[in-house]
Design a protein around this ligand. Structure first.
Ligand SMILES: Cc1cc2nc3c(=O)[nH]c(=O)nc-3n(C[C@H](O)[C@H](O)[C@H](O)COP(=O)(O)OP(=O)(O)OC[C@H]3O[C@@H](n4cnc5c(N)ncnc54)[C@H](O)[C@@H]3O)c2cc1C
Length: 547
């Protein structure tokens, strides 16, 4: 069936919802989201959202912290833009109904948390439920807006671009093609609709499910990156995968994160004998940045052969711990761990993708009328390593930037004529009878990525993983030809593409920087590698120098 809307927003996390609320001032907005509305990483965010919100802090300090964490790969202009407009975006969230925690003795001031890598208290939070409160606030605004439609259980399969649909487009400036919308799979009916839109927005979140162990929700299968790449857009810096150092280690807990804020409030990492170890790795000790902490834990675990290390906050008063971390306290308790009295067993897990679909200051990709922001995008903010709590901030800042661009472009966008777009064709595909074909490939890819492309990499393991992934990816492509689409098959294809792009990017970068650590090149090499690794389908890798 053919459908149309002014703005097709793919994803219902902080980035998609923030943009939708603004874009509805211009035209009709349809949000497609592949499961329930709240199935997002946003909903799980615990720590908070960083911005300069206190007189004891300054833009210069937040910029400096972000640049330091980014290991020489941040775009300073973008960092400045995000930091300097951040406080306005937080104000906006508050006006939209998001309730951040105030100081106990002064309700007119936000209670600001501190996290690893930040030199000042600047994290606005709602205890350890910040993401849930943001999601609730934004969803309430969306529900009240008659110009926004939300379609749950709708999975975008592929983008519609002029070059593939036979519609006229003359490439110009930095835009190689034009986006016209997307094919969208309806889980309930099994139908694939052709959605035409004036602007299409990728807000599809992260890639954590490419790895066996992750803090991410099940939706994080790299769909936006894979769709954009297939459509011919540039993707960048996919070797920079952030592993969160402290995910709860318990066979029954699927992916529960222990927020960095626990270390911010004095939590210490210890080994099973109770010995602190972070001072051996970094002068900042337990407050070192995530990459350093994750590598330190990896190294401790490899040396000791233990299953986990421990995070100890027992020296803080029990009441403080229960009030400051109610969600972490209750969840750990449900697994039999009283964190006011016992250290928490933790391991690192894939957490955040710093690379993504390459965009400019306005969230525009290299395909006209296709935008990307939130975790799906590579805007230049995070560089080689994201500073904690900068991602929710980046999402709201770029949702705003993209809205400003659409507003400026609105006369052009309203002039776009409807194009006759091809309906989805399933060819000779048949119904899949053996789902094990899909689940087995999923498992193979995620295990390979964990064991071979994890926190510490080597040339040998990267070349082995490429050899092993190639036949699996061919098999997945064949499934895609042979079988009628199912959500699992769509996601498997995206996981396979994203894994391949991560491996290719990691093999290109012959140095260690930020989150990319490779034993064969243990040092950063500014002379040759202070640049982005950019991949584009059917093109040789490109490199983008940091200005
Ligand atoms: C456990 C955890 C804790 C975190 N804590 C913090 C924190 O304290 N501070 C911070 O700044 N960051 C934190 N992060 C990171 C941050 O939450 C995410 O980077 C951010 O929420 C991403 O927002 P988003 O809108 O880009 O994507 P998400 O919130 O992940 O939303 C993605 C949306 O896209 C949809 N989608 C995906 N693919 C498709 C498709 N093919 N078709 C249709 N819909 C699709 C999904 O269903 C979902 O609705 C945390 C992340 C995790 C996992």
């Amino acid at each position: 069936m053919k459908q149309s809307t002014d703005f097709l927003v793919i994803g219902s996390g902080i980035s998609g919802l923030s943009f939708a609320i603004k874009a509805a001032r211009l035209g009709s907005v349809t949000i497609v989201t592949k499961k329930a509305k709240v199935d997002t990483a946003t909903n799980l965010a615990q720590g908070g959202i960083a911005a300069v919100l206190s007189p004891d802090d300054s833009f210069a300090l937040h910029i400096e912290d972000t640049l330091r964490s980014g290991a020489g790969l941040c775009h300073e202009d973008i960092v400045r833009l995000v930091v300097e407009t951040g406080p306005d975006r937080i104000e906006e969230l508050i006006r939209l109904g998001v309730r951040f925690q105030s100081e106990a003795n002064d309700p007119s001031h936000l209670d600001l948390g501190k996290e690893g890598g930040h030199s000042a208290r600047r994290i606005a939070h709602a205890m350890d439920l910040t993401g849930r409160k943001i999601e609730e606030g934004l969803l309430a605004q969306v529900a009240a807006n008659p110009r926004i439609t939300v379609l749950e259980n709708h999975l975008a399969v592929d983008l519609l671009v002029s070059s593939k649909t036979g519609t006229p487009y003359q490439p110009h400036d930095s835009f190689s093609d034009q986006c016209l919308g997307a094919y969208v799979f309806d889980r309930e009916t099994g139908r694939i609709d052709t959605w035409q839109a004036k602007a299409t927005v990728l807000c599809t979140g992260g890639t954590g499910k490419v790895y066996l162990y992750t803090t991410n929700p099940d939706i994080a299968t790299g769909d936006g990156i894979a769709m954009a790449y297939r459509a011919g857009a540039r993707v960048a810096n996919l070797e920079f995968v952030q592993f969160h150092p402290t995910c709860l280690f318990d066979p029954k807990a699927k992916n529960f994160l222990i927020s960095e804020a626990v270390r911010g409030e004095g939590g210490r990492l210890i080994d099973k004998e109770g010995r602190p170890f972070m001072h051996k790795y970094d002068p900042r000790g337990d407050l070192a940045t995530r990459d350093t902490v994750a590598r330190a834990i990896d190294s401790e675990l490899k040396a000791s052969g233990d299953d986990s290390v421990f995070l100890d906050i027992t020296h803080q008063p029990a009441e403080f711990v229960k009030t400051r971390f109610p969600n972490i306290y209750q969840t750990c308790l449900s697994y039999g761990i009283d964190i006011t009295r016992q250290p928490i067993p933790v391991v690192p897990a894939a957490h955040y993708m710093c690379g993504g679909v390459l965009t400019d200051t306005q969230g525009r990709t290299s395909i006209t009328n296709l935008y990307a922001f939130g975790e799906t995008a590579c805007t230049g903010l995070h560089g080689g390593n994201r500073l904690a709590s900068n991602s929710l901030l980046e999402a709201v800042v770029f949702a705003h930037q993209a809205f400003l661009q659409c507003q400026a472009d609105w006369p052009r966008l309203t002039g776009l004529r409807h194009q006759p777009l091809p309906a989805w064709s399933s060819g000779r595909a048949a119904r899949i009878e053996e789902c094990v074909l899909i689940t087995h490939n999923w498992d193979q890819i995620r295990r390979l990525m964990w064991n071979y492309v994890g926190i510490v990499r080597s040339e040998k393991r990267l070349s082995l993983v490429q050899e092993r992934l190639t036949p699996i990816i061919q098999e997945v492509r064949q499934h895609y030809q042979d079988y009628l689409l199912t959500p699992d098959l769509i996601e498997l294809r995206n996981i396979a593409s994203t894994a391949e792009l991560i491996v290719t990017s990691a093999r290109i970068r012959k140095e260690s920087r930020g989150l990319h650590f490779i034993v064969d090149y243990p040092e950063a090499n500014d002379r040759e590698w202070r640049k982005y690794t950019v991949l584009r389908r059917h093109h040789a890798p490109e490199f983008l120098d940091i200005a």
